[in-house]
Design a protein around this ligand. Structure first.
Ligand SMILES: CC(=O)SCCNC(=O)CCNC(=O)[C@H](O)C(C)(C)COP(=O)(O)OP(=O)(O)OC[C@H]1O[C@@H](n2cnc3c(N)ncnc32)[C@H](O)[C@@H]1OP(=O)(O)O
Ligand SMILES: O=C([O-])CC(=O)C(=O)O
Length: 371
C-alpha cells in the first residue's frame, strides 16, 4: 500500500459546500471576495446549510431564530463557575461546554434530518454565549445575556464587552466571521465528518472538530501569531526575530498552507482590516510588523500568509483577549462543520482508511516474569 503522508492531495469525499480551485475559494460557488464585501454572517450560514442564498423573509426568519436560541443553559454557566477558569484555555472550556449542551438537549440523539437541522441551529446560536460567558466569568464578571434585537456579530461583541459595539467593530467582526465560515476538507471539518460517519450525533461531531481546531497547526495558529508579534515588540526587530526562528527550524505561525501555493484569498481582506483597525486603535506597528514578516517569508521561503496571520492583529485591535482568537474561529467555523455534518448524513458511508503496518512481526509472547 502506498502511504500519502498527511493525506496530502487525497480526495476523500464529494462535497457541494465550498471549493478551493486555483487558489480561489468559493462557498456554494459564490466567491469569498463577493461574500466578504457584501454578506452578513447569517446569510452565509443560510447559504452553507441550504446551498442557496436566502430571500429577505428567510434571512429575517433565520436571524430571529438565532437570536431566540442564543441563551445557554444555566448549568453551563454554573459549570464555568465550578473550576479554576483562569487555569483553563478557552478552547478546552468551549470543547467541554459544547459537549455539555447535548446533556440539556432532549433531541441530542434524535437521528433524522429535521432534528439534526434544529440542533444545528441551536448549536450555532449558542456558541457566542459560551465563549463570552467563559471570558467574563474568568474576569470576575457576570455573563451578559444575548439581546433579541441584535445581529449575530453584534451580539457576540455586546455579550463580550457588556456594551453596544461601534458600527466599525460590528462590520469588521461580521467580515471575519464570513471569512472563517468554511474551508473545504480542512482538518477540523474532516474530523467532524469522520466522527458522524459512524452515525454518531451532531454534538459529538462538533466536540471532535473543536478539538482538532485547537491545535497550533490549524486554528490555534491565530493566538500564536499575536504571541509572536508581542514578543517581537517593535517593527525593526521583526526580520531578525524571524531569521532566528527559521535558523532554529521553528515554524512561523500564520504562514504556509497545505492547499494554497500562491496565497490564501482570505488574507488580503484581513490585511486591509488590520491596516485600518490597528491605525484606529493607535497601534499601527502590529500591521507594519506583519507586513514585514509576510514579505520576508514570501521572498525567503515562498510561503504566503494564511487566514490566521492578519486575523490576529484584527482581533487584538478590537480589544479581544488573545486566547479568545481560536474560540472565535470556532464560533464562525461551526457553521461549516454543521453544513458538512448534514451533508455527511445525507449520503453516509463509514470513513475508515487503512494503515501500512511497519512494526515488528512474528514476535513470540514472553511471560511477564521472564521479560
Ligand atoms: C486555519 C488554518 O489552519 S491555516 C494554517 C494555520 N497553521 C499555521 O499557520 C502554522 C504554520 N504553518 C504550518 O505549520 C504549515 O504551513 C501547515 C501546517 C499550515 C501546512 O503544512 P504542510 O502542508 O504539512 O507542510 P509542511 O509542514 O510539511 O511544510 C513543508 C515545508 O515548508 C516548511 N514550512 C511550512 N510552513 C512553514 C512555516 N509556517 N514556517 C516555516 N517553515 C514552514 C516546512 O518546514 C517544510 O520544510 P522542509 O520541506 O524543508 O522540511
Ligand atoms: O484548509 C485548511 O487546511 C486550513 C484552513 O485554512 C482553514 O481551515 O480555514
Amino acid at each position: 500500500m502506498a502511504v500519502t503522508r498527511g493525506l496530502e492531495g487525497v480526495v476523500a469525499t464529494e462535497s457541494s459546500i465550498s471549493s478551493i480551485i486555483d487558489d480561489q475559494l468559493t462557498y456554494v460557488g459564490y466567491s469569498i471576495d463577493d461574500l466578504a464585501e457584501n454578506s452578513s454572517f447569517e446569510e452565509v450560514i443560510f447559504l452553507l446549510w441550504n446551498k442557496r442564498l436566502p430571500k429577505k423573509d428567510e434571512l429575517d426568519a433565520l436571524k430571529k431564530e438565532l437570536a431566540e436560541n442564543m441563551q445557554i443553559p444555566q448549568e453551563v454557566i454554573d459549570h464555568f463557575k465550578s473550576y479554576d477558569v483562569k487555569k483553563v484555555h478557552p478552547m478546552a472550556a468551549l470543547r467541554t461546554a459544547v459537549s455539555m449542551l447535548a446533556l440539556y438537549d432532549d433531541e441530542a440523539d434524535e437521528m433524522n434530518e429535521e432534528a439534526n437541522r434544529r440542533k444545528a441551529l441551536r448549536l450555532q446560536a449558542k456558541m457566542p454565549a459560551i465563549v463570552t460567558a467563559f471570558a467574563r466569568i474568568r474576569n470576575g464578571e457576570e455573563p451578559v445575556a444575548p439581546r433579541k434585537d441584535l445581529g449575530f456579530a453584534e451580539n457576540f461583541l455586546y455579550m463580550l464587552k457588556g456594551k453596544e459595539p461601534e458600527n466599525i467593530e460590528i462590520e469588521a467582526f461580521n467580515k471575519a466571521l464570513v471569512l472563517h465560515a468554511d474551508h473545504e476538507l480542512n482538518a477540523s471539518t474532516f474530523t467532524s465528518r469522520v466522527c458522524v460517519a459512524t452515525l454518531s450525533d451532531v454534538y459529538s461531531g462538533i466536540t471532535a472538530a473543536i478539538g482538532a481546531l485547537k491545535g497550533p497547526l490549524h486554528g490555534g495558529a491565530n493566538e500564536r501569531v499575536m504571541k509572536m508579534l508581542t514578543e517581537i515588540g517593535e517593527v525593526d526587530r521583526a526580520i531578525d526575530y524571524i531569521k532566528d526562528k527559521l535558523a532554529r527550524k521553528e515554524k512561523i505561525m500564520g504562514m504556509g498552507h497545505r492547499v494554497y501555493r500562491k496565497g490564501d484569498p482570505r488574507a488580503k481582506h484581513l490585511k486591509k482590516m488590520s491596516e485600518q483597525l490597528t491605525k484606529l486603535a493607535g497601534e499601527p506597528k502590529w500591521y507594519e510588523m506583519s507586513v514585514k514578516i509576510e514579505e520576508f517569508m514570501k521572498e525567503e521561503k515562498g510561503l504566503p500568509a494564511n487566514v490566521d496571520f492578519y486575523s490576529a492583529s484584527v482581533y487584538h485591535s478590537l480589544g479581544i483577549d488573545h486566547d479568545l482568537f481560536t474560540p472565535i474561529f470556532a464560533v464562525s467555523r461551526v457553521s461549516g462543520w454543521l453544513a458538512h455534518i448534514l451533508e455527511q448524513y445525507e449520503n453516509n458511508r463509514l470513513i475508515r482508511p487503512r494503515a501500512e503496518y511497519v512494526g515488528p512481526k512474528n514476535q513470540t509472547y514472553v511471560p511477564i516474569d521472564e521479560r
